[in-house]
Design a protein around this ligand. Sequence first.
Ligand code: PAF
Length: 282
Amino acid sequence: MEIVTTIAAVRDHVRRWRSEGRRIAFVPTMGNLHPGHVSLIEAARKYGDRFVSSIFVNPMQFGPNEDFAHYPRTPTQDERMLADAGCSLMFMPDVIEVYPNGSERATRIEVPGLSRILDGEFRPGHFEGVTTVVAKLFHIVEPDVAVFGEKDFQQLTIIRRMVADLCMPVEVIAAPTVRDSDGLAMSSRNQYLTPEERQVAPRIYQTLLAAAEQLRAGETDFAGIERGGIQALEGAGMRPDYFAVRQAQDLSAPGADTSHLVVLTAARLGKARLIDNVQVKK
Ligand code: PAF
């Protein structure tokens, strides 16, 4: 695996591979890799024959009071994990390489509507930062395929919409959420949990599963399911931001005949803010 830090070096590699007829699969990350990220690279292997992964903690997607400065950065460990997973090229740029004019005044990309609901309501500007950096990374890497985790279901939905709206020639692939044995979705932010909080955190997935079971059984009182979810999370000592039943296609409000639903939640537990979701196909 080669490690590069400049856009020019990424383009050199990718253009050479393309001239050799290679298909390029891309996995963008913010580093501090865990098995969930490795599963994205493994998913990418089905769709390409050269693999690029970026490690970039993107300042634009963090709010002023969020954890940008403290976000875990583990480049040596990331390098080893990517090499072991069969990654061909690791792109680890500095902020100045990605935002030559600074991130605050940089040109932005926003998917209206979708970016302002659910997590967007609680993290203003977050998804604008995500779509802006992902669009930039797509311009730099020019992948045929890009893989994103279903754990960030709203992010995945927004990126799909951006790709469609901007006619980007990238196929977006969703990879299933990877969970610890007790159901907690893997996330770099799980390490903010104390041992006691870590015991409680799987209640998020259990609460989502209980809601999914109600939906599968034909329950259509979505507001009632949402209230029940909030109460269950609060009862477990968390501070939920939302617990929402939506149409999986576009995160709009579901109807009684919606056949593909998603239940999404974000909850604060100690210093961590955890998100998760489950899909229900009827
Ligand atoms: O999901 C993430 O890790 C980030 O939001 C992404 C897609 C790498 C953009 O910074």
